[in-house]
Design a protein around this ligand. Structure first.
Ligand code: HEM
Length: 468
């Protein structure tokens, strides 16, 4: 990695964005002479489309990525070629199963009404200041865990007790970004010596694996005992599917695949959606007119008696909320939870921008920079304007995924996009309809140096009921 980026580790994404804007969207960061680590950064949508879609097979994640992201082990994130095709198909099968379509909305509704709402009521009654980022992490972790394993750990409580999974994943995300930036030899030496972020990563990996291994053991016991209740019969979580549906050779899936896939799903769902909700509420605090417009939309869509709380009943009722959807898209454009993605070219190639790529270099696609480029989004690209997502007819405007790159593009596009919008809308609607959120900024709100774009110091806020 170049010395400039190394020295600016704390503002890694902003610096990469500035350099890409000046250089026209594609730039070669030369690695230190001993590091063998040249990196092509690009935020040019034509290159992004080419890499992720047109010439997709030349740009796998590669073996280096598997090493850097070893916390996610054999989950879909790290697989390539045939193995990826097989497990992507399997996940698609789970996600499109009729029972899964019934199970997920039930999880979402329960988690909001039995988890988030009682928590917010307590916070409002006690006039507490809470960290919204921590609150969203716990709330969405509970939902993600229920979807992935069938068990809701109910980690959202006023006491904010230690959440081992979330803590371990936070440590792992910081260490994984450090691995991107340090030459391979350096972080491998740190790993061997078991110091710094590498030491924390080893502990984190062990914790995550242990938590999910325990869920697997419990699930196996339950499955062998057979369904006891109607609820058991209706449950269709990812872990259950893995343990009950055999592979193409009619064999059980290897334990590591089941374990890592489960960790991968929880991570994919909770860290991304909770980061988005935190940025969303921070942006609303800076743009109160947007909050007013969302409230107007909620008022005109939901008929609730004056002075009473609105309660989420189904996922369907959220689909009418065009302006809320646009505001979430605008948040995701400016603060994509996965700001960078990397690929390793198999053969030498030439990008549509004319740059020659060597297989020795890593290709980095910067969703953070794409969302902030004037040549892509216009001169007002740094402004927070949900209206840019709505067309003249008042419908949502479609943007191609190489331009709105937040969910990736091409065959590896995020399979949880729809679910993510439902999770985020359910929480945002419940909060905005029933409560006032007053952000209390005691420290500057800046991104943390991590592979997920979280807030470095969290987001403290006071929450009051709108009706009392
Ligand atoms: C705001 C929320 C979300 C965002 C912005 C997001 C974004 C992304 C991105 C950028 C990738 C590609 C990452 C890479 O290849 O390096 C990805 C992959 C993935 N996402 Fe999401 N995601 C979100 C929510 C979810 C949810 C709720 C789920 C499912 C429960 C999910 C499941 C996955 C999976 C399984 C992959 C791996 C796909 C593959 O490699 O084929 N995501 N997501």
């Amino acid at each position: 990695m170049s010395p400039t980026l190394l020295l600016n580790f704390h503002r890694f994404y902003e610096l990469a964005d500035e350099i890409l804007e000046i250089s026209g969207g594609t730039y070669l960061f030369k690695g230190l002479w001993f590091s063998n680590m040249d990196m092509w950064f690009t935020s040019d949508p034509e290159n992004v489309h080419y890499i992720t879609t047109t010439n997709y097979w030349n740009y796998p994640k590669g073996p280096e990525s598997m090493q850097v992201f070893d916390t996610l082990g054999n989950s879909l994130f790290n697989l390539d070629f045939e193995e990826w095709t097989y497990y992507r198909g399997l996940l698609h099968g789970f996600f499109s199963h009729q029972k899964f379509h019934q199970f997920v909305p039930k999880v979402l509704v329960d988690n909001v009404n039995k988890g988030l709402v009682p928590f917010l009521e307590d916070v409002a009654k006690q006039a507490l200041v809470v960290d919204l980022q921590d609150m969203f992490k716990r709330h969405i972790y509970d939902a993600a865990c229920a979807i992935a394993t069938g068990y809701n750990p109910k980690t959202l409580s006023i006491g904010f007790e230690e959440n081992a999974f979330v803590r371990a994943m936070d440590d792992a995300c910081v260490a994984m970004l450090t691995r991107h930036i340090l030459p391979g030899r350096c972080w491998k030496l740190l790993r061997w010596l078991q110091i710094g972020s590498e030491k924390r990563l080893s502990v984190a990996k062990g914790t995550l694996r242990q938590i999910v291994t325990n869920y697997m053991a419990t699930k196996r016991e339950e499955l062998s005992a057979g369904a006891k209740t109607k609820e058991d019969e209706e449950t269709f979580d990812v872990l259950r599917s893995f343990l009950t549906i055999n592979d193409v050779n009619d064999k059980e899936h290897p334990d590591e695949i089941v374990r890592d896939s489960t960790i991968g799903i929880i991570f994919a769902a909770y860290d991304t959606s909770s980061a988005t909700l935190s940025w969303f509420f921070w942006l609303l605090s800076k743009n109160p007119h947007v909050e007013t417009k969302i409230r107007e939309e909620l008022d005109s869509n939901f008929s609730v008696k004056e002075g009473q709380n609105w309660q989420l009943n189904s996922r369907k009722e959220l689909s009418k909320l065009v302006y809320l959807h646009a505001t979430l898209c605008e948040t995701l454009r400016l603060y994509p939870p996965v700001p960078l993605q990397s690929r390793t070219p198999v053969r030498p190639d030439i990008f549509p921008s004319g740059h020659h790529v060597d297989p020795k270099a890593i290709v980095v696609l910067s969703g953070y920079a794409i969302g902030r480029m004037a040549r892509v989004w216009g001169q007002d690209c740094h402004e927070f304007k949900p209206e840019r997502w709505i067309n003249e007819k008042g419908d949502l405007k479609y943007e191609r995924s190489a331009k709105f790159f937040t969910f990736n593009a091409g065959p590896r596009i995020c399979p949880g996009k729809e679910m993510a919008f439902s999770i985020m809308k359910a929480a945002a609607t419940t909060i905005l309809y029933n409560y006032h959120v007053q952000v209390v900024e005691t420290r500057p709100v800046t991104p943390k140096a991590s592979i997920i774009l979280q807030m470095k110091h969290g987001l403290r806020a006071r929450i009051c009921s709108r009706w009392t």
